[in-house]
Structures are given as structure tokens and as C-alpha cells.
Ligand binder design. Structure first.
Ligand code: CTP
Length: 403
């Protein structure tokens, strides 16, 4: 999943030969999971057809204030279009349009929409080299940048005129990459690595049996998604889980046993900024794993268990710059037990789920948590979806790391 997934994107197209590349821009946005609407200047229709763009964007294309061909002359509301968008990109942006944008002229639908836009606006200039170098064009670009618009500079190469120089619109892939990076770099966890453990661990008894638990992994997966949505590079180390995730910023590592989870976690811990251990790790494992399937013989069977390594405690013991978050699942004396865990394992924050709360814990889509920080400040939350719970946990983490 791209950071553009779910975003509402307005693509403005003006009358330059590079308009044919705008079809690719629209296609990339759609592939990234964005919703796209296209606004064209009337003259740009000489370079690319609205039919191509409406087919690719899966939305009607607007180019005039009202549709003359429509029986009731449907009004294209520029304000509505502008307010719909999470971001606007004008590509190609001709010298003429840049000049009008910088002066506040709005003699077509695209310009009126631009002027009404409150979202971030990107523009990708495209023109001949002398036009690109002209002081008036430079003045327009500088003015637009000073208004807070973001320029995706033209590149050098062969131009439609046959001349060689700067003025080619950036390639569609580069325009998308520029916008993705720009959005990412504005996010609070950009450049940070977050490690999350999720799901159960299975401890083998013999080749076909194991000791496990009912953890679904859902909470950990929601935490991973939320961390990625905040711009972090996420390492998600999960026990056996049916949950799925597809996000460019999430690297999923599948493990089975507590020892495998321990090894994987320690491989990454050094460079991690935030570690959240939400996995339901088995506390005990069979001391001896039978090489062959155990046959039923006697009326009873005793399996000797030994402790697994406490992954969270081992991270607490090695903690340097990391912000360390643990989970506690309690049935009684919840607050006292959690505070004890927080101290013993050298945590910065502990997430308490009390099994006494209806809708909290394993396999449910919801959770009810209490957060306790190092200074023993306690925040209680209501029953929420695990997606919302993940947001609450990260809000608290951000508050603490930025304090
Ligand atoms: N944890 C871990 N490694 C283990 C056991 C637990 O990393 N071997 C982590 C869990 O991911 C969770 C926290 O430790 O973040 C839970 O702490 P723990 O003391 O195991 O809680 P309980 O399992 O509830 O333990 P207890 O039986 O002591 O209440």
C-alpha cells in the first residue's frame, strides 16, 4: 500500500504537449489506491482527450464552469472540487497558467479551483527552454513557491521544439515519487524505525503438536499499519496469524516460536526508535521436543516445561535510545501488576488490557485499554475498534517522545 492510498487527488491539466504524460500520472495515482478527479483547461483538450482521462480516473472530467452539452447545463462547482481534494497537482503547468496562478487570475475552471484550494498544491512546469528561463516565468514560480505551493522542477532533455535544455516535465514516476516523499517527510514518524511484535507463539511438543494461545495478531497488525501511516519504517515480527498487511513501509517477518521471535527482535533492535511488544508470547515451552510423534500409551502424560526467554525484559535491559512499550493482560490487580511490569522490564509505557472488560483481549475486533507511563500517569480509554486503539497508543507515544 502506498501512502497515497485513500487520498483524494485533483489533477489539473493545462495546454502543453506533456499533457499526454498526465494519463500516466492519473493511472499511477489510481494504482496507488487514490481517488482521482481531473480538471482541464479548455485548450488542453487539444493535447489529450477528456475521454482518456475520465476512463483512467473513473470520474467525469471537468473543464468549464458548466457543461453546455448537458440538458440542464450542469454547474461544475470549483469550490466543491477544491474542498474535496486532499492534494492538487497541476501537471503539466504551462508558463501561461503559472503566470495566471501567481496573479490570482481565474478565467477558467482549473484556475478558479486552484484559487479555492486549501489543500497542498504541487505543480510540474513544462515548456520550452527559453520560456522556462524567462524572468517572468521565474517570477511566477518564485511567487507560487512563496505562497506555499510545491514545485516539481522540470528536467533537461530534448523538447518538443527540437531544442535541448531544461523545460521537460518531470517523468510521471518521478512526480509520484516526489509527492509520496513530500507527504511522508511531513509525517511525525518519518525517518524512524518502529518494531512491533504480534500474534501468538507456538512451542513445539513434537512434530505435530504445540502449545499456543488464541491471540489473532490483530492488535499488532493495527499498530503496524498506524505506525506506517505516520511515516515510520515498520518491522512487524509476527507469530502465526491470519491477518494480512500490504504497505510499502511494513516489512513482515513470520516466526513461530518464542525463541525465533527473540532472535528476530534482537536482529533489528539496535536501530529501532520505538518498540511495541504486543505479541502473546508463551511463557513456557516443553523442555524436550520429541523427535517423533508422541504415541498415546498411559492414562496420563506429563510434559515438563521450562521458561521461554522474556523478549520484552531483554529489550528493557539493553535499552539505550529506544522507546519501549509492553502489553499486559491481567485478570486481577490489574493496575498494580502492570506498574510492576513497567518497572521490572524497564518500559516507557505499558498498555493494560483487563480481561474483566467486555470486548477486550484476544480475537475481538475491539479493545479497551489503560495506558500507564513511566511516571505512573494513568489514562483510561473507552471500548474502541483496534484501529482506533492503535491511534490512541501512538498519540500517547508521540506526546511522550516529543515532550
Ligand atoms: N513478553 C515477551 N516475552 C515473553 C513473555 C512476554 O516479550 N517471553 C511480552 C509481551 O509481548 C507483552 C508483555 O511481555 O508485551 C507481557 O508481559 P508478561 O509479564 O509476560 O505478562 P503476562 O504474560 O501477563 O505475565 P504474567 O504471567 O507474569 O502476568
Amino acid at each position: 500500500m502506498s501512502i497515497l492510498s485513500g487520498k483524494k487527488i485533483l489533477v489539473g491539466i493545462t495546454a502543453g504537449i506533456a499533457a499526454y504524460k498526465s494519463a500516466h500520472i492519473v493511472r499511477y495515482f489510481i494504482k496507488a489506491g487514490a481517488q482521482v478527479k481531473v480538471v482541464m483547461t479548455p485548450a488542453s483538450k487539444d493535447f489529450i482527450t477528456p475521454l482518456t482521462l475520465s476512463t483512467l480516473s473513473k470520474n467525469p472530467v471537468a473543464s468549464t464552469f458548466y457543461d453546455k452539452e448537458e440538458e440542464n447545463e450542469l454547474w461544475n462547482n470549483h469550490v466543491e472540487l477544491a474542498l474535496w481534494a486532499d492534494l492538487m497537482i497541476i501537471a503539466p503547468a504551462t508558463a501561461n497558467t503559472l503566470s495566471k496562478m501567481s496573479n490570482g487570475t481565474c478565467d477558467n475552471l482549473l484556475l478558479a479551483t486552484y484559487l479555492s484550494a486549501k489543500c497542498p498544491v504541487y505543480f510540474a512546469p513544462a515548456m520550452d527552454l527559453d520560456m522556462y528561463q524567462h524572468p517572468s516565468t521565474k517570477k511566477s514560480m518564485d511567487a507560487l513557491i512563496s505562497f506555499g505551493n510545491k514545485m516539481i522542477p522540470a528536467t533537461s532533455g530534448e523538447l518538443a521544439s527540437g531544442l535541448i535544455g531544461k523545460g521537460r516535465m518531470a517523468e510521471p514516476e518521478d512526480i509520484i515519487a516526489f509527492i509520496e516523499k513530500d507527504i511522508l517527510s511531513s509525517l511525525p514518524l518519518y525517518g524512524k524505525k518502529v518494531l512491533i511484535t504480534a500474534g501468538p507463539t507456538y512451542e513445539a511438543i513434537d512434530p505435530v503438536r504445540f502449545i499456543g494461545n488464541h491471540s489473532s495478531g490483530k492488535m499488532g497488525f493495527e499498530l503496524a499499519k498506524q505506525a506506517a501511516n505516520l511515516g515510520a519504517e515498520v518491522i512487524l515480527i509476527t507469530g502465526v496469524s491470519n491477518e494480512t498487511v500490504s504497505h510499502a513501509l511494513i516489512k513482515r517477518i513470520d516466526v513461530v516460536s518464542a525463541q525465533e521471535m527473540y532472535n528476530a527482535v534482537h536482529l533489528y533492535y539496535k536501530d529501532i526508535a520505538i518498540a511495541i511488544l504486543s505479541a502473546a508470547v508463551a511463557d513456557y515451552k516443553p523442555k524436550h521436543v520429541a523427535a517423533q510423534k508422541i504415541k498415546k500409551k498411559d492414562a496420563t502424560l506429563t510434559i515438563e516445561l521450562e521458561k521461554t526467554k522474556d523478549i520484552l525484559a531483554s529489550l528493557g535491559a539493553q535499552k539505550k535510545h529506544q522507546f519501549l512499550v509492553g502489553f499486559a493482560l491481567e485478570t486481577n490487580n490489574a493496575l498494580e501488576n502492570s506498574k510492576g511490569k513497567l518497572k521490572r522490564k524497564n518500559l516507557d509505557l505499558i498498555v493494560l488490557n483487563s480481561l474483566q472488560d467486555k470486548g477486550a483481549g484476544f480475537k475481538t475486533a475491539t479493545n479497551k485499554i489503560t495506558l500507564i507511563d513511566k511516571l505512573e500517569n494513568i489514562s483510561e480509554f473507552s471500548l474502541k475498534s483496534k484501529t482506533e486503539v492503535a491511534k490512541d497508543i501512538f498519540n500517547e507515544i508521540l506526546k511522550q517522545i516529543n515532550a
